[in-house]
Design a protein around this ligand. Structure first.
Ligand code: CO
Length: 134
């Protein structure tokens, strides 16, 4: 089912500081910030030779990142995203085996304009998993 790692997402309290660290200290190519109001985040992409990273900052009062940053004030790994060929088939296989899909179970459009779903961290070793159809 799982394809490549599409991205590693890090929640950060200050996107400008985090982007500058990856750009200026680590020498990575970093995109301009992109606001995603539907997801309650502002995101910057860090391009790496074999994958990318998303640096995520809360956007709005109801951001899903607020609770995470309350527990992890200096930021931390928020989720891993794996590529799948068919997100609906993946969802149906996962739910049949007892895994929990977050939200209403229907894919949303993610940061790259592709359908995404999130899987409950308690079912995957404490790690929030995103699936993205590519
Ligand atoms: Co993501």
């Amino acid at each position: 089912m799982l394809g490549r790692v599409n991205h590693i997402a890090i929640a950060v309290p200050d996107l400008g500081v985090a982007a500058a660290t990856y750009r200026d200290v680590l020498g990575a190519r970093v995109s301009q910030p992109q606001a995603l109001p539907d997801h309650g985040v502002t995101v910057v992409f860090v391009e790496l030779p074999n994958t990318k990273m998303e640096l995520l900052e809360p956007l709005g009062e109801a951001s899903p990142l607020a609770a995470f940053l309350a527990k992890n004030p200096s930021g931390g790994m928020h989720h891993l995203c794996f590529e799948v060929d068919d997100i609906l088939a993946a969802r149906d296989d996962l739910t049949a085996s007892g895994a929990r899909v977050l939200g209403d179970g229907e894919p949303k459009t993610g940061a790259h304009g592709k359908p995404v779903l999130f899987l409950h961290p308690k079912d995957f070793s404490g790690t929030l998993i995103e699936l993205e159809q590519v």
